[in-house]
Design a protein around this ligand. Structure first.
Ligand SMILES: *Cc1c(COP(=O)(O)O)cnc(C)c1O
Length: 351
């Protein structure tokens, strides 16, 4: 792999005690180009601007995908990339949906390992902090007709990030989005692609203006079943069962969702992947059977839901506090990520 190192590291300008999310970027990045039917060699270059043509087709028609995973500085001073195989699998699934050529696991993990190793000083040492890794692929043909591109660029950039919630885990306030939908069956809902986010910006802005943290998406047809939150999958702990919407093509198959399911099953909690209507959420919240609700995602890990608004009605969940199961899942997942708890599922890739 060709590596061109930066002449002047920017690391001294970074306040590692006060990191936000995705605001600063490490010294280097990976670039790998696809042409003539194959991926070329990956190279590492200093982080910086890239030159592309204004007619680059992904600007115009959105043929692109991305991923988001994290590396952690562990107790034993190793760096742990968490579940890279699972994120890679999903990346290729997104590629297939967007007619983008897949990237082999070898190419993916080698590029990732080289980049994180070169920028290892950028992995924050503070507990709760991590190095966010953003691989992405975009179509690069310079052509304004609508068609599948013949050339692509794969890149990886990384960003040291702080704890997602600065004052500890605060339960979020969600609102259902009225007329808007995020995805419909057969569409792009299960692919990690920018178009899904573009569709959610306006509803999310309107929700924020009304004082809510995020939108709680309902299914696109009946507007009845709960799907997910902007960047998180959802779980409801009702009675002794943990319920989460099934992967039927409209929601993103979260890696954190998968980790939660594995742990809950290990703890002998019944996990049901089934549809759950917003009415069931309200009803079980009112009669006390809904004990906890939480979102799961790479950025925040576990994010308790404290309130939901729907059709001018409101429910408060677990007195707007984090519940014991949410806390236990958060502690266990972060414990494994920081190498403090045994990695019995083979989730850790240490470098
Ligand atoms: C990335 C993402 C998630 C969470 O997935 P993780 O793999 O757990 O980070 C959930 N919903 C959407 C729409 C996403 O893009």
């Amino acid at each position: 792999m060709e590596i061109i190192k930066t002449r002047q590291s920017r690391i001294d300008q970074v306040d590692f005690e006060n990191l936000g999310f995705g605001e600063v970027f490490s010294d280097h990045m990976v670039i790998m180009d696809y042409r003539d039917g194959e991926w070329g060699e990956a190279r590492i270059v200093p982080y910086g601007t890239i030159e592309v043509f204004p007619a680059m087709c992904s600007f115009h028609y959105g043929q692109m995908i991305f991923e988001g995973l994290k590396a952690f500085y562990t107790r034993t001073e190793a760096i742990n990339i968490f579940r890279p195989q699972k994120y890679h699998e999903r990346m290729n699934r997104s590629c297939r949906r967007l007619c983008i050529p897949e990237v082999s696991y070898d190419l993916f993990i080698n590029a990732l390992r080289e980049l994180v190793t070169l920028d290892k000083e950028w992995v924050p040492k503070k507990k709760g902090y991590s190095l966010y890794i953003r691989p992405f692929i975009f179509a690069t043909d310079s052509f304004l007709g609508v068609k599948v591109s013949e050339t692509y660029r794969f890149m990886i950039i990384t960003s040291p990030v702080g704890a997602y919630y600065k004052e500890g885990i605060n339960p979020v306030k969600l609102i259902t989005p009225g007329e808007y939908i995020r995805a419909a069956k057969g569409g792009l809902g299960a692919a990690k692609t920018p178009a899904n986010y573009a569709a959610t910006l306006l509803p999310a802005e309107e929700a924020k203006k009304k004082g809510f943290t995020q939108v709680l998406w309902l299914d696109g047809i009946k507007r009845k079943y709960v799907e997910e939150v902007g960047t998180m999958n959802l779980f409801f702990f009702i009675g002794d069962k943990l319920i989460t919407p099934p992967l039927e093509g409209t929601i993103l198959p979260g890696v954190t969702r998968d980790s939660v399911i594995h742990l809950a099953k290990e703890w002998k909690i019944k996990v049901l992947e089934r549809r759950i209507s917003i009415d069931e959420v309200f009803k079980t919240a009112k009669d006390g059977r809904l004990k906890e609700a939480f979102g799961s995602g790479t950025a925040a890990v576990i994010s308790p839901v404290g309130e939901i608004y729907h059709n001018k009605k409101r429910v408060i969940i677990n007195k707007r506090k984090i519940g014991p199961l949410s806390q236990r899942l958060y502690d266990e997942i972060t414990g494994i990520q920081y190498g403090e708890r045994p990695d019995r599922f083979g989730w850790c890739y240490l470098i």
